[in-house]
Design a protein around this ligand. Structure first.
Ligand code: SRM
Ligand code: SF4
Length: 557
């Protein structure tokens, strides 16, 4: 069914008008991209539409002020994001992306918190070639960003069992089925002849979705994809799937109308109903989320305002059948994917911790060699790390030696808090960052490690998530500890989430200077050391005591 969602377009946000007038994501993109690297960035419309094609125009924020002072324009470039359902690449695809990093980007690959790969600092003259190279590797950047269904996530573990096979297959099927149908991407980036009549978008309609839409699929024993942070989730259940709706992280400081949210369990569906239910939930977001205000346009606000019963009724009406209410969500957990593991089919995988997902220098060389020599296939994890799968046991010693030769540290040499830490990109490329992210990761980590070490707690699993702004790209509001950029050098600290990602944390302290993060957490960590129940996690302890009690703790001497 084709539904026009252009009604009342005049009250809608500028992005809605740009989409409506774009003729299926075309706009003036082809013309603007073919102009030489000119002074100034692209038009607002082109900037907005490019996201759907998987790329953001950015500028180097480190040099912007200096350049302005001497009358020079910003140093413009593009971030390109590759959509990688389930984080799975072939060895050949990795090698193609590795080559692209060298020829068109800054020589690094950036593994993302949604199992994707990003490239930074691609110049306008190279953008089309870079995207075409991604396509030639049988990958795509289409719908890696934009108001559409984004990359679909699942557990990265390459376990050879029926559950994991099904999770992978469903994830990849959903990702492919929910891609936009417009051929604009192929025309603008891949040299396809323009269609005489641009086709329709049967699912999305002419204005696509009000906002980004994210999906993850998990088994309760492995919630490493943080399913409850997604607009739509599928949680494995003996009788099918529990459907969860309305998760999301983004908020704005001092705007209580914006908030992170853990998804609600809405229905229990059969094992084979994933795609039709996913399409119904996408239609629900398309038709009911707020197109007038992009800060209020995610599906989570619809759920917060209208509730689970309403959502189930809308979905039932759409699907033409009743839906079983969901049972309570099962207890979730997160296994350790790092180091060597038996896949269950006679092969092994090696989990490598990659701080902030930044693949550069000797690590990049080591991965390239490992993949080329040993036929390992790479899997990007939702934790910005990499698994090398399908390794023959006989190759294990040589692969270990290769990693050691390039000084790639085994995961076991990192503390658990380091291994599970997430940090977003932030400066210098991210236009939204208020403070540093990835670049101060070592500093934030060292401060937290020092406080844990003081109490002999360095072996504990604590999830620490750092972002340069409240948009929440490292899912900071689900962590035991969230460190969220507030202003240059200042952060808001959150505590009280749980390691399994099923509970939101709460603010502990605001406007904390970067160098005081450890000291601010110190009394809380000390209280945990002294007063935790047997085996109680840091976030669980904080949630049990509550914000007021934690804030009243005496500061460390
Ligand atoms: Fe994100 C915007 C990076 C995962 C919530 N995110 C951005 C942009 C594109 C900045 C911008 O709008 O100009 C960042 C690009 C930085 C750069 O220079 O590369 C950016 N987001 C990332 C990545 C690369 C973080 C990372 O370090 O790994 C992740 C890419 C994932 C991928 O491969 O698709 C990334 N972003 C997330 C997640 C985590 C997730 O999806 O599990 C979230 C929180 C979940 C959610 O969506 O609610 C997230 N990003 C946002 C938001 C806030 C959305 C909201 O509802 O308010 C924005 C801003 C926006 O959309 O306006 C944003
Ligand atoms: Fe940028 Fe903010 Fe996302 Fe970090 S959390 S990458 S600063 S948008």
């Amino acid at each position: 069914m084709y539904i026009s969602n252009t009604v009342n377009i005049m009250s809608h946000s500028a992005a809605e008008r740009i989409k409506a007038e774009s003729a299926g994501l075309r706009g003036t993109l082809a013309a603007e991209l073919s102009t030489p690297e000119a002074r100034g960035g692209l038009s607002e419309a082109a900037y907005t539409l490019l996201k759907f094609h998987g790329t953001y125009e950015q500028f180097d924020r480190d040099t912007a002020t200096e350049r302005k002072q001497v009358g020079e324009d910003k140093d413009w470039s593009f971030m390109v994001r590759v959509r990688i359902p389930a984080g799975r690449l072939t060895g050949a695809q990795w090698l193609a992306l590795d080559a692209l990093a060298e020829t068109h980007a800054d020589g690094t690959l950036r593994l993302t918190s949604r199992q994707g790969v990003q490239f930074h600092t691609i110049k306008r003259g190279n953008l089309q070639a870079a995207i075409a190279e991604v396509d030639a590797a049988l990958l795509t950047t289409l719908a890696a960003c934009g108001d559409v269904v984004r990359n679909v996530m699942t557990t990265p573990a390459p376990r050879a069992d029926a559950v994991h096979a099904r999770l992978r297959a469903e994830t990849q099927r959903l990702s492919a089925a929910l891609l936009p149908r417009s051929r604009a991407h192929h025309e603008i980036f891949l040299g396809e002849e323009p269609a005489v009549v641009p086709g329709e978008e049967p699912l999305y309609g002419s204005t696509y979705l009000p906002r980004k839409f994210k999906i993850a699929m998990v088994h309760p024993d492995d919630n490493s994809a943080d399913v409850l942070a997604n607009d739509l989730g599928f949680v494995w259940h003996d009788e099918g799937w529990i459907v969860t709706i309305g998760g999301g992280m983004g908020m704005t400081h001092n705007k209580p109308a914006t908030f992170p949210r853990i998804a609600d369990a809405v229905a229990l569906i059969g094992r084979d109903e994933v795609l039709e239910v996913a399409e119904a939930v996408v239609r629900l977001a398309r038709d009911h989320a707020d197109r007038t205000d992009r800060k209020h346009a995610r599906l989570k606000y619809v759920l917060a305002e209208r509730g689970v019963e309403w959502a189930r009724a809308v979905l039932a009406a759409d699907l033409g059948r009743t839906l079983r209410p969901a049972p309570p969500l099962p207890r979730m957990s997160i296994p350790d994917h790092m180091g060597w593991h038996d896949q269950g089919d006679g092969r092994l995988w090696l989990g490598l911790h990659i701080p902030s997902g930044r693949v550069a220098g000797p690590l990049r060389v080591a991965l390239r060699d490992a993949i080329a020599r040993f036929g390992a296939y790479p899997i990007v994890t939702p934790g910005q790390d990499l698994l090398l799968a399908d390794v023959a046991p006989a190759d294990q010693p040589a692969l270990n030696a290769l990693m050691a030769a390039h000084d790639v540290r085994p995961a076991a040499s990192y503390t658990p808090v380091a291994r599970y830490m997430l940090a977003c990109v932030a400066l210098p490329t991210c236009g939204q960052s208020l403070a540093e992210g990835e670049r101060v990761r070592p500093d934030v980590l060292a401060q937290v490690e020092a406080e844990l070490a003081r109490h002999g707690l360095l072996d504990e699993r604590v999830s620490l998530r750092l972002t340069g702004c409240p948009n929440g790209c490292a899912r900071p509001y689900q962590g035991d500890i969230g460190v969220v950029g507030r202003a240059p050098g200042l952060y808001t600290l959150f505590v009280g989430g749980d390691f399994a990602g099923t509970r939101l944390n709460f603010p502990l302290a605001d406007k904390v200077p970067l160098e005081a993060i450890g000291a601010t957490l110190a009394p809380v960590i000390a209280a945990w050391a002294a007063g935790r129940a047997s085996g109680e996690g840091f976030g669980d302890f904080c949630a049990r005591l509550g914000a007021d009690a934690l804030r009243a703790l005496p500061l460390a001497a």
